[in-house]
Design a protein around this ligand. Structure first.
Ligand code: PLP
Length: 282
């Protein structure tokens, strides 16, 4: 596999980053994951805009223009012959000459830019009815910034796996915030309910697109908090992310939703999302 590091395309075995890189030492880095379908990028624009915002919130100077970023994405998809899969992008504050909590002078460090692809044949076709458990949300308060601090989400997925489930929904002050790596929704009497945007959750690119398509399809949407009990008593539930698109949730903390099968609204939104996103893919 060919990867990209700071302006160079290299075989993955020859690519390297300094041990003093702040992404490695302090999780001082942001990332994006963009899906690839039919060899094209889904919603590249949305990911580029959010990346710029994440960098800005952390005071990291954006080291690469949107045009160059698109070019690197496309080149990696081309050389690695990705038909269906993902492009992972990470930008850290860069490598300081030592380990120091204080941010280095931007004049002295250059952000580290890394991109690689993941081949995922069958990505668009795979619909897995998901079982989730709920766990406490103990992450930091700026979940709107897409940082690489993914230890707790990783632990959450491991807890889910140990419990025989597929993912974990995070609970704060009695309300569901989001999944470990996705935005979450419930459906009751045809109405789509999802938490509103704030610093408490990541502003999903897929969320924005799906809510737009739902609105265009005259579906009713309510942006508000909901509890795990309300979710367990909903007609259906689902989550969205760039790598899973729209995925039905059929069980929450051991309780089956509705008739236990993937919900109609979730499946319809998945179809619309894939159709519409593909039309605009670059
Ligand atoms: N919420 C969290 C915590 C995530 O990590 C992700 C994606 O990685 C999402 C939501 C979904 O965002 P997107 O649709 O932009 O992939």
């Amino acid at each position: 596999r060919t990867v990209y590091v700071n302006g160079e395309y290299l075989p993955e075995t020859e690519a390297s980053v300094s041990i003093f890189d702040r992404g490695f030492l302090f999780a001082d880095a942001v990332y994006e994951v963009t899906s690839v379908l039919n060899g094209k990028l889904i919603d590249f624009e949305g990911h580029a805009v959010r990346l710029a915002r994440s960098l800005n919130e952390l005071g990291i100077e954006n080291p690469i223009s949107k045009e160059d970023l698109l070019e690197v994405h496309r080149e990696l998809v081309r050389v690695n012959e990705i038909d269906e899969g993902l492009v992972y992008l990470q930008i850290s504050r860069g490598a300081d000459s030592d380990r120091d909590f204080v941010f280095p002078d931007p004049e002295k460090v250059k952000p580290t830019v890394v991109l690689f692809t993941q081949n995922k044949p069958g990505l668009a076709e795979t619909v897995k009815p998901m079982k989730v458990i709920s766990i406490e949300d103990i992450r930091w308060g700026r979940r709107d910034i897409k940082t690489v601090q993914l230890l707790y989400p990783s632990m959450g997925k491991m807890m889910a796996k140990a419990a025989g489930a597929d993912d974990a929904w995070l609970i704060e002050d009695g309300f569901v915030t989001e999944g470990t790596s996705n935005n979450v929704y419930i459906v009751k009497d045809g109405k789509i309910i999802t938490r509103g945007l704030s610093n408490d959750i990541l502003h999903g690119i897929t969320r924005a697109a799906v809510l737009r398509f739902a609105e265009e399809a005259q579906m009713e949407i309510e942006e508000r908090n909901f509890t795990i009990e309300e979710a367990q008593n909903a007609d259906e539930a689902f989550f969205t992310s760039a790598s899973a698109f729209v995925m039905p949730v059929v069980e929450i903390d051991g309780k089956a939703l509705g008739d236990g099968a993937p919900g109609k609204v979730a499946l319809r939104l998945r179809e619309i999302y894939l159709d519409e996103s593909l039309k605009k893919a670059v």
